[in-house]
Ligand binder design. Structure first.
Ligand code: MRU
Length: 349
């Protein structure tokens, strides 16, 4: 699997955090550098870096960055300062569980340190490990997922689950890339993914860069192409997978899953186990991020809705497990009964 041409969404460079500003893509490749953890937390909120695994990696680096500036010489005082840094990151975006899992790992790593200097070093090492593990998981997911893709497939995807979202080879797009490298994928339909157009801006850009034929469609066209027999399977990423196999992903995913089931098209979710949250029993318990109305009343900076109109903007929805043909993880392909399979992969460590 090649990843030489990937854009790096987040990097730890000489004690600072670099982001590729995803709000400026595809027209500008703007690199931002952060020395202040609060500014990095704001960048996560503003989606300069986004996608569940990439958010987790960015927050982990951000916690290491914040810790590096804590002056306290006494261990307990230092750890209290670290808690403040961690809380700043966990307050940024509520739905993707990778953020909370990365934060918990960083807290745990910090507590193992004997002194502030030791804690700072452990935090950097832990953040690098989180990033490395995501990269490794991506490759395994791609390998397992490619086995599900039939020869000559046209795949539909929603939102962006490529390198930009995962800080690695990609999850849903990683499967598509691997299957394309094997000569199985002939084309991809990318939902534009309103309101923030991750499909049009990011997925289309990544697929073009990897020379995978892509056709951009509006979200409302997905059913039309499925009914016309043009889609072999759907592959999407995930922001949180709970104990019964329900999956939160970008708003619009649920509609795609229902349409896929109605049209007999397999609907696959590709995600690392860092996206699994076994503490929640069903998708009804997943916190859904509500974002600003302006993201709906505008496209880019241009307003097209009348002034004074109300808009709703839930950023994610939940797809019930019974619409999902399989969940592709780095530990293998999970199928119904998801509750049992998820318990197994979580308890395997
Ligand atoms: O709001 P975003 O862009 O962070 O949402 C991202 C998605 O919903 C992705 O499809 C999901 O995180 C999977 S990323 C591998």
């Amino acid at each position: 699997m090649k990843n030489a041409k990937d854009m790096k969404p987040v990097e730890w460079v000489a004690g600072k955090v670099r982001l590729l500003d995803q709000t400026a893509l595809p027209h500008r490749k703007r690199i931002l550098e952060y020395a202040d953890y609060r500014e990095l937390a704001m960048a996560i909120r503003e989606m300069k870096v986004r996608g569940a695994p990439a958010i987790g990696v960015a927050a982990a680096y951000g916690i290491a960055l914040g810790a590096s500036a804590i002056k306290a010489a006494e261990r307990d005082v230092f750890l209290r300062g670290l808690e403040e840094v961690i809380n700043t990151f966990t307050a940024t975006r509520p739905t993707a569980v990778n953020l909370f899992k990365a934060a918990a790992r960083m807290r745990e790593a910090g507590r193992k340190g004997a002194s502030p200097a030791d804690i700072k070093e452990r935090l950097v090492q832990e953040a690098l490990a989180i990033h490395r593990e995501e990269e490794e998981a991506n490759k395994l997911i791609a390998g397992y997922g490619a086995t599900l893709v039939p020869q000559g497939a046209t795949v539909l995807t929603h939102c962006n689950a490529g390198s930009l979202a995962t800080a690695g080879y990609g999850t849903a797009l990683g499967v598509i890339r691997a299957a394309h490298e094997q000569g199985k994928v002939v084309g991809v339909f990318a939902d534009e993914t309103r309101p923030l157009l991750q499909g049009a801006r990011l997925t289309a850009c990544e697929l073009q860069q990897w020379a995978i034929p892509v056709t951009l469609i509006t979200d409302s066209m997905a059913g039309y192409f499925m009914k016309a027999g043009k889609i072999s399977c759907v592959i999407v990423g995930a922001d949180r997978i709970v104990a019964n196999g329900d999956v939160a992903n970008k708003i619009g995913t649920y509609s795609v899953a229902v349409l896929a089931t109605e049209n007999g098209v397999p609907f696959y979710v590709a995600a690392p186990t860092s996206t699994i949250d076994p503490s929640l029993a069903t998708g009804d318990e997943i916190p859904i991020e509500e974002r600003a109305e302006e993201e709906v009343t505008t496209i880019g900076k241009k307003r097209f809705a009348p002034r004074g109109i109300r808009a709703a903007n839930p950023a994610f929805d939940v797809t019930p497990h019974y619409y999902i043909s399989a969940i592709i993880t780095e530990k293998g392909i999970l199928r119904e009964p998801y509750a049992d399979r998820i318990r197994e992969v979580v308890s395997s460590g």
